[in-house]
Design a protein around this ligand. Structure first.
Ligand SMILES: Cc1cc2nc3c(=O)[nH]c(=O)nc-3n(C[C@H](O)[C@H](O)[C@H](O)COP(=O)(O)OP(=O)(O)OC[C@H]3O[C@@H](n4cnc5c(N)ncnc54)[C@H](O)[C@@H]3O)c2cc1C
Length: 512
């Protein structure tokens, strides 16, 4: 008997989920498949079309669903992302630090962070333990052009055109993976006696039956929200941002540098993202409407664009997106599971949305329920893992705000208020004052942010871990630390002389 998975929504969440499940469970020869994947997309509701920064996980996802890196780079105007660069977050004075994708040297064997805290250094933590920030400063690629697809010298994700990404995934899923595509607007839902969804009904009255329904319908949340009324837990009291203004701007000329990192520049009441693609940049201002208004936010965005000589001088009207930061109370209910924006959404400060989609879809694909009783057990487990992930994301994003010394606006002052900081984060900070985040930081197998990420943000923002305590721990390891530090210096030098710039890499791959 066929197991039918019905995905509602054809945005990034819908197509990534379809691809990840179909790659494992289906083949192009649909007659022999035990699992059928159907994706239904409304012709009337546009997908978000933003979401252009990924984590390194996207390399595995693309490889797993059978897309070549060259095809992906060509179809999606994509380039490499190696880090996030945070500008003005500590003091609002253009100071910056990097949160790279490559872990500190010796990670897992020794804590360079403990040693760095104990011994005064004349350089920042990231440069002391990793080559990647220095490589980003030169706009270099994370690999040589002759390296195999998805291989690297430095760990990387991508910057991509979200609209083109969806189109590429759609083509691939239908042509190569046997996903069945139906264009139609879901009008209502038919329930079974046990409370499950038995079918969805489209505007033209077509019924689509299924065993598992995946709600990827974005803010509409037609299954998890409208049908099941699963409560939404707002996190607005922790993360204040609720509006985004987005623009896309071409380069001034076709030889200006393509940045290797997402740049997040702190503003009076939010921050501006800047994502470099092959042919343009995606730039936007995320802000809190409690502390500023759209006109003021738009002015800050225009000033940012105007002052950048590498951007073409264009008058563009930003697209405004309103959102309520938060997530569902549960994500899998009966035979319906929500992935993507229907499950929750918070500001894209660490580009956590796509990675959560990938991880959720991978979890479901690995454990696709074979019968209805298995589904109840799996739903409980999925809810527990996903809730932990959301809590982790919220704590990690909030960390960026509470470490700031900025007090130039009410927005930054309110972010420091204890009652806006989750208890779990307050506990973590208490611990980090005497010991650096380490491998035993969490007991979670499914954690999103490693202790390396926490170290980069803490020490990038100027946080102090008690120096005497650290000194005591580190004495025994001095010679190893010295060796690792020399290795980082050597690697940095080698990479700076060997790696092409992003633009040189892409020109070479595309024979320009
Ligand atoms: C400003 C901004 C910047 C972002 N930046 C990043 C980033 O850098 N990195 C990152 O990882 N994420 C980012 N995100 C998040 C990312 O954009 C989303 O997670 C991603 O686009 C997934 O969206 P989705 O597929 O869940 O929803 P959508 O793209 O909204 O898709 C919803 C789909 O559901 C369909 N639909 C709706 N109603 C019905 C119906 N009744 N019947 C049938 N179909 C229906 C629509 O037609 C559409 O196809 C950003 C988001 C915003 C707002």
């Amino acid at each position: 008997m066929k197991n039918t998975v019905v995905i509602v929504g054809g945005g990034t969440a819908g197509w990534l989920t379809a691809g990840i499940i179909a790659a494992r469970h289906c083949s192009k020869n649909t007659a022999v498949n035990e699992t059928e994947v159907i994706l239904v997309e409304s012709p009337d509701v546009k997908n978000l079309g933003v979401g252009e920064g990924t984590w390194p996980t996207m390399r595995d996802t693309l490889r797993q669903i059978g897309i070549s890196e060259r095809t992906f780079l060509a179809c999606c105007d994509a380039s490499f992302k190696q880090a996030s660069k945070f500008v003005g977050w500590s003091n609002g004075k253009n100071e910056h630090y990097y949160h790279p994708f490559t872990a500190p040297s010796g990670y897992g064997a020794v804590s360079m962070a403990e040693h760095w805290s104990a011994t005064p250094q004349d350089i920042d933590f990231e440069s002391w333990v990793c080559a990647q920030g220095t490589v980003c400063k030169q706009n270099l690629a994370p690999k040589l052009a002759q390296m195999p697809e998805y291989a690297f010298s430095l760990n990387y994700g991508y910057h991509l055109n979200a609209g083109k990404f969806v189109k590429m995934l759609h083509r691939h899923c239908v042509d190569k993976l046997g996903v069945k595509y139906i264009q139609g607007h879901v009008e209502h839902v038919l329930g079974a006696d046990n409370g499950d969804i038995s079918s969805i009904v489209l505007t033209d009255s077509e019924h689509i039956d299924g065993d598992l329904f995946i709600d990827c319908s974005g803010f509409a949340a037609i299954l998890i929200g409208k049908h099941y009324n699963i409560p939404f837990k707002s996190k607005h009291h922790i993360l204040f941002n609720d509006t985004a203004l987005a623009v896309q701007i071409e380069y001034a000329t076709n030889d200006v540098p393509i940045a290797s990192c997402t740049v997040a520049t702190a503003q009076e009441s939010g921050w501006i993202w800047d994502i470099a693609l092959q042919n343009r940049r995606g730039i936007g201002h995320v802000f809190s409407s409690d502390f500023t208004n759209t006109e003021r936010a738009e002015e800050a965005l225009h000033n940012y664009v105007k002052n950048d000589p590498f951007l073409a001088s264009q008058q563009v009207t930003p697209r405004k997106i309103k959102f309520n930061p938060g997530h569902r109370e549960t994500f899998w209910h009966k035979n319906c599971v929500a992935i993507g924006v229907s499950a929750g959404f918070v500001e894209p400060l660490e580009a956590t949305a796509l990675v959560l989609i990938e991880k959720s879809a991978e979890w479901i694909s690995q454990q696709l329920p074979r019968d209805r009783s298995a589904m109840t057990v799996l739903a409980k487990r999925f809810n527990s893992v996903t809730l932990q992930r959301w809590q982790e994301i919220i704590d990690f994003l909030k960390l960026h705000y509470i470490l700031s010394n900025r007090n130039d606006s009410e927005y930054w002052r309110q972010h420091q208020q204890t009652d806006s900081i989750p208890e779990s984060l307050q506990d973590a900070l208490t611990l980090w004052r005497t010991q650096s985040p380490g491998l035993y930081e969490t007991n979670q197998r499914f954690e999103l942010f490693s202790s390396a990420s926490k170290q980069y943000v803490l020490y990038g923002m100027g946080f102090n871990t008690d120096k005497d305590q650290s000194a005591h721990i580190c004495q025994k390891e001095t010679s190893l630390i010295k060796r690792l530090r020399n290795e980082t210096l050597h690697t940095t030098e080698k990479l700076l002389s060997a790696l092409p710039t992003n633009r040189q890499f892409l020109n070479k791959v595309f024979g320009k």
